[in-house]
Design a protein around this ligand. Structure first.
Ligand SMILES: O=C(O)/C=C/C(=O)CC(=O)C(=O)O
Ligand SMILES: [Mg+2]
Length: 223
């Protein structure tokens, strides 16, 4: 077997750590308070989907939302990583979607339950190809956009993140060990909304990368 490369991080089976409510305008559009420390949740590696495969609406949801986000790919493991050296742990980036079953999330929130059903289903984490670190000299100056069927839904700069990429790496590594091949989704700007079967989602980072996914519906599981 050849040596594996972090440039194909989605094949490593490592964890996907997501940050929520990291843009004030998005927190406001969902009527959430601004966080005083990062809001974290996880997706399993089975959530990954690459261009050429479809995003599947879970059979238990009728309100699947898009959330375009900057993903940070870890190149070096660490625990309790100091803020000053956090960026040394970054191998590169990826354009990511945090697909969210909003109706299910709303029910979970109302009952005080975890968001697993809403956020961690198969195909809930579409990702672009690996973006080498040099292509994004400053993760606080990344212009994200997302269109559905050619209509712009989201456009936002990572300059508006509440918690910066180095802060997130340092904070998360104080909660759980970070490993090579892990991916951190850093939160979405405003403009999230529903997608339906047969829709086409295009997303991009200005001057860096773009990707396209079709939406399909997952057949319900028959016992
Ligand atoms: O609290 C809510 O209603 C929703 C929060 C999210 O879905 C958080 C994110 O995933 C995000 O802000 O990117
Ligand atoms: Mg999100």
């Amino acid at each position: 077997m050849g040596t594996r490369s972090v440039t194909r991080f989605w094949e490593w089976g490592r964890k996907i750590i997501c940050v929520g409510r990291n843009f004030a305008e998005h927190a406001k559009e969902l009527k959430n308070e601004l966080p005083t420390e990062p809001v974290l949740f996880l997706k399993p590696p089975t959530a990954y989907v690459k261009e050429g495969s479809e995003i599947l609406v879970p059979h238990y949801s009728s309100d699947l939302h898009h959330e375009v986000e900057l993903g940070v790919v870890l190149g070096k493991a660490g625990r309790e990583i100091p803020l000053s050296s956090a960026m040394e742990h970054v191998a590169g980036y990826a354009l990511c979607l945090d697909m969210t079953a909003r109706d299910v999330q709303d029910k979970c929130k109302a009952k005080g339950l975890p968001w697993t059903l809403a956020k961690a289903f198969d195909t809930s984490c579409p990702v672009s190809d690996f973006i080498p670190k040099e292509r994004i000299p400053d993760p606080a100056r990344v212009e994200l956009w997302l269109k559905v069927n050619g209509v712009t839904r989201q456009r936002g700069s990572t300059a508006h993140m509440i918690f910066s990429v180095p802060y997130l790496i340092s904070y998360i590594s104080g909660v759980m060990a970070l490993e090579e091949g892990d991916l951190i989704l850093t939160g979405t700007p405003k403009g999230v909304g529903a997608v339906h079967e047969h829709d086409e989602i295009q997303a991009g980072i200005d001057d860096v990368i773009s990707m396209t996914f079709k939406v399909s519906r997952r057949a319900s599981i028959t016992q």
